[in-house]
Design a protein around this ligand. Structure first.
Ligand code: CUK
Ligand code: CUA
Length: 765
């Protein structure tokens, strides 16, 4: 940075202090009527805008976690603003968060490998928030991968993926992730039947060798990880199990899974057979699977399960004999099964039936207790008669799919795929109440806490498969359309269209934002993927490069605005390991890291340690830098990786600096440092005159500023020593380093001041 530029900095700081206390002056304003006219807005538009607009600096009431469909990610957005806040990398490498680039996150992705193969994408469908006593607790998020049967665990303290488990028994899945009411189990049901454990059998043996099933993953809440050794699966007939839900309150201990091809039809156009779609929707009913999973868990614990690929599977003969699985007829081509908040009813919709069916858990239990069955299926599983399980059937419209619940008792919302509508209805009294058109072909519907024991009402979001004419065209592939609907009044009101340009989100869950308590920084040196302190953790001043034969290990740090070390010198062919620790404590002060042409990419949030490994097989000079614009001197946050070619013979060269400095330069710098210190003192006086310690954010900013200033004495001493020796260049450069620490301290201090002003803190304690 040029010298006169530094002058401007100081003036800028002084000006900033002055401006911050000035009132805004208003210009000639357009009236609301003018804007309505100019933008052709109706009163209704204004109402919708007022209901969704979140002014700058204000926050959303709910946070939605949406599956990212084919992106293999999770999308986080606010409600009612529908502003996207984050993409959480889950099954897919994602460069912005360096997911799949540092060794720590590679280890998570590697847990999802299958048959020795990297699987670099996922078809995410159903996110599930962890629950305590049946309501969201804001601690964990789970999501499934339909294509490659897997479940991932995301910790909501840092919104990072911590674990991926591969289903060792089944070849595909769909009905996951769903959690039991205290999140000790996570459910994952099969979609397409296949021989268990991945073995081969010809399609002619479909009925005998192909199987469906449900997996119950044991979740260890204290560790925040799934425990595969305590998990088990329940074998089911090859009926194409679809979605699932856990019972709650009175129905806790049971789970429900619908199916859509109990015909067990095998298509084969090339064999002259009608396609799957014909044969799989031929019968008028399919089967709802009612599973006593608690009993299944006891039987597994008692050693009654078989092992498939080392995983416990409770086979159908045991389930039939012990009363674990029951079948109930359900509407044609069902999709979606949703237990009501009171746990008393189960709703199932059939895509090819205009009714949604409501089952009574009490009636089902009575039939089981009385052993009142109409018979057994081909696999010996008892079938309960529809009339012995049904509470009511309610005509809602064409293509009903998924159901969510309202805060008002008995009220549900169901998506109507074919009609492109949302139906509001009463599942206790079996009445349709209201319908609203959506655009277009809605899949899931989601209400606030809408699948818990305590729905919050207020809004629902329609997850539409098609956007068609809703947005500016961007090529033949349109975004998805999430539509926000106000349900707080008798009539539903459409509020907002939100394009989702990342994949096809199947399901979303939304939580009261106050229940989330994400961290600001990690404990210094944290491997964020294991929550443990990394062996690569490096403290300031302890940076080093260790060489052992061909292995080079760098213990480095990043802080505004330098990477230590700044020079890494290796020989061609060396195996490089770089550990980097972000020493920052300030909120949002992330640093990046890249070495060009070596595919090295890091994102280091405050406190994180990340590790990068590569072989320096290409000789040459490779600049590295921080990829986050983290400070005014961000561009200077740089360094060089020097890879010496094999057999390279150094010639004697003396380094000659680009610019030589004089005593005058040094003295000018000293004066400038003194001026800057005055600004800092002013800011410090301003902040400390106010009760800044009451605000954790300001308090940590001030800690950070103190940190930066703490480095001043050492640099100052070096400057003075060089000046005493008449080495004016070094003296000036160290004095300038003092200035850099001051600028950073002032920068942070000013941020603290701004925050105090915004929160209205006044002098005093
Ligand atoms: S599924 Cu996509 S609309 Cu995978 Cu839950 Cu129903
Ligand atoms: Cu750190 Cu840019």
């Amino acid at each position: 940075m040029a010298h006169n530029g530094n002058r401007r900095w100081i003036r800028g700081f002084t000006a900033a202090i002055a401006i911050a206390s000035m009132a805004h002056t208003a210009g000639a304003a357009e009236s609301l009527q003018d804007v309505m006219k100019r933008r052709q807005l109706t009163q209704e538009d204004l109402m919708a805008a007022a209901k969704t607009y979140v002014p700058s600096g204000k926050r959303d009431e709910f946070l939605a976690f949406s599956s990212g469909g084919q992106s293999g990610q999770v999308i986080v957005y606010g409600i009612p603003s529908m502003r996207i806040l984050k993409y959480i990398a889950v099954f897919t490498p994602e460069p912005w968060q360096a997911y799949g680039y540092d060794e720590e996150s590679k280890a998570v992705l590697n847990q999802g490998r299958m048959n020795g193969r990297d699987i670099t994408w996922g078809d995410t469908h159903h996110p599930a928030l962890s629950e305590t006593n049946g309501d969201y607790d804001g601690q964990f998020l789970f999501i499934n991968d339909k294509a490659n049967p897997r479940i991932a665990v995301i910790d909501l303290r840092d919104f990072e993926t911590k674990q991926i488990v591969v289903n060792p028994v089944f070849q595909s899945e769909h009905g996951g992730a769903f959690v039991s009411q205290n999140t000790d189990w996570i459910m994952e049901a099969v979609q397409y039947a296949a021989p268990l454990g991945g073995s081969y059998a010809p399609l002619e043996e479909f009925n005998d060798k192909y199987r469906g099933g449900v997996t119950y993953w044991k979740f260890d809440r204290t560790r925040g990880r799934i425990d595969p050794s305590g998990s088990f699966a329940v074998e089911l007939p090859p009926y194409s199990q679809d979605l699932s839900d856990f019972g709650k309150l009175g129905s806790d201990g049971w789970s429900f899974t619908n199916s859509f091809c109990s015909e067990r039809y095998v298509g084969g156009i090339e064999r002259g057979r009608p396609p799957f779609e014909a044969g799989c929707s031929a019968k008028d009913t399919d089967y709802l699977h009612v599973v006593n999973w608690r009993k299944a868990a006891e039987l597994v614990a008692a050693g009654r399960a078989k092992k498939v690929n080392g995983f416990s599977v409770l086979m159908m003969d045991v389930s039939a004999a012990e009363g674990v699985v029951y079948l109930v007829p359900e509407p044609k081509s069902p999709h979606g099964v949703d237990v009501t908040p009171d746990g008393k009813y189960i709703t199932v919709s059939g895509k090819l039936d205009t009714h949604t069916w409501v089952y009574s858990f009490e009636k089902i239990q009575a039939a089981i207790a009385a052993k009142k069955f109409t018979g057994k299926d081909d696999y010996g599983l008892p079938i309960i008669a529809l009339e012995d399980a049904l509470h009511t059937q309610v005509p809602l419209g064409l293509g009903p799919l998924h159901t969510q619940y309202d805060s008002r008792p008995g009220i549900a919302y169901t998506s109507l795929y074919v009609d492109s509508m949302v139906a509001k209805w009463d599942y206790v009294n079996g009445k349709l109440i209201d319908r609203i058109p959506v655009h277009y072909n809605i899949g899931h519907i989601m209400a606030m806490h809408g699948d818990t024991v305590k729905p919050r009402g207020k809004y629902v979001v329609a997850l539409n498969k098609l956007a068609i004419d809703r947005f500016n065209p961007v090529g033949p592939l349109h975004p998805q359309n999430h539509q926000l609907i106000d349900v707080s009044n008798d009539k539903m009101q459409m509020l907002y269209d939100m394009p989702v340009p990342l994949g096809e989100p199947h399901y979303v869950v939304a939580i009261d934002a106050t229940l989330l308590k994400p961290i600001i920084r990690y404990p210094a040196g944290t491997n964020s993927r294991t929550d443990e302190i990394s062996p690569g953790k490096t403290r300031p001043g302890e940076e080093k490069i260790v060489k052992e034969g061909k292995k080079v290990t760098v213990f480095g740090t990043e802080i505004r605005s330098h990477i230590t070390p700044e020079i890494i010198e290796v020989d061609q062919g060396d195996e490089i390991t770089i550990h980097l620790t972000n020493l920052e404590r300030a909120e949002d002060q992330t640093h990046g890291f890249t070495i060009g042409k070596y595919n090295v990419n890091g994102s280091l949030e405050p406190g994180k340690t990340a590790t990068f490994k590569f072989t320096a097989d290409q000789p040459g000079v490779f600049p590295y830098y921080c990829t986050e614009f983290c400070s005014a001197l961000h561009l200077e946050m740089q360094g060089y990786l020097l890879v010496k070619p094999t057999g390279y013979k150094p010639t004697a060269v003396t380094a000659k600096a680009g610019t030589q400095y004089t005593q005058a330069d040094y003295e000018k710098q000293i004066q400038q440092n003194a001026d800057t210190q005055k600004v800092i003192d002013e800011v410090v006086a301003y902040v400390t005159a106010r009760p800044y310690k009451n605000d954790p954010m300001v308090s940590s900013l001030m800690d950070d500023a103190t940190d930066q200033l703490g480095k001043v004495p050492e640099a100052k001493q070096k400057a003075e020593a060089a000046a005493a020796a008449g080495n004016w260049s070094d003296a000036m450069l160290w004095a300038n380093q003092v200035y850099q620490y001051q600028v950073k301290a002032a920068d942070i201090g000013l941020r603290a001041k701004t925050r105090l002003d915004q929160t209205g803190a006044t002098p005093g304690n």
